[in-house]
Write a protein that binds this ligand. Sequence first.
Ligand code: SD4
Length: 321
Amino acid sequence: MPIHRRDFTGSLSALAGLGVLPNLAQSQESGRSPLFVATWNFGLPACQKSLETLQKSGSILDAIELGIHVAEADVRVDSVGVGGAPNAQGVVQLDACFMDGATHKAGSVAGLEQYPHPISVARRVMEKTKHVMLVGQGAAEFARLQGFEKQELLTEEQRKKWMEWKSKQPADPAAAPPNHDTIALVGMDASGHIAGGCSTSGLAYKLPGRVGDSPILGGGLYVDGEVGAAGATGIGENIMRYCGSFAIVELMRTGMDPTSACKSVIERIARTEKKPPSELHINFLAIDKQGRWGGAGTDAEFQIAVVDSHSARLESPLLVK
Ligand code: SD4
């Protein structure tokens, strides 16, 4: 049975050092330890895998990729990889991007069908091609040629939910938007090498071919080796029109701390949209080169996972009202 993010914490309670701290108003320092930060509570086992991978391989790029694999492979995470929500035609189309702060290289895939680890395909686009982004059939063909294994991504549970949704169309336009969760995971090793990745099945029941913010560099993720990294989750349309993650990194470049930068971008978006933040469903996290991390969001249930060599925990970032 899929576990929605709100129900996920219980299944994580066995993890050492897990704690949920209320309303984090300030960005926190982690010191000069490796640091991994990810969206939502399912980001916690992902970040732990990242730390473990870094300790074994010494590669921050492997750490980001294999950390995100954890969420992509978990059928209980109903918005990423296998078990992700399908589009309006019942097809799971995945989006992901990967970025290395040291080289400013990046790779991205959108609308990828039948491959369970879009983050790995995105990294391969970065490492094996002259391009940055591949979409749809071209992305799938590239994944095949690179030797990735195909897999059916639509679970029976998701198929049933989709059928139910379909039977109620046309939907009440005033109804709550479908669930929206994505993993954005950013990290830094002890030498200050920063990288990040973002992976999602996108908004449930999206129009076929719809691409959200998650695979868009500067939208759902941005990494700059001189400054830091930021990632996003929420309604992509409200993030990508403002280059949300890019805007956060640019504010941090001016010296702003991660939480203040996330908050400032949300406030800017709310001002321009002339809407209360609570109607936007946009949530951000960020780390900076000094080893500070932070986040802010408009959804009260938004959590971020923070893992360094001293602790692994969930935090409730600043709620922007
Ligand atoms: C999207 N931003 O496709 C993604 C969905 C999401 O948290 O984040 N959900 O718009």
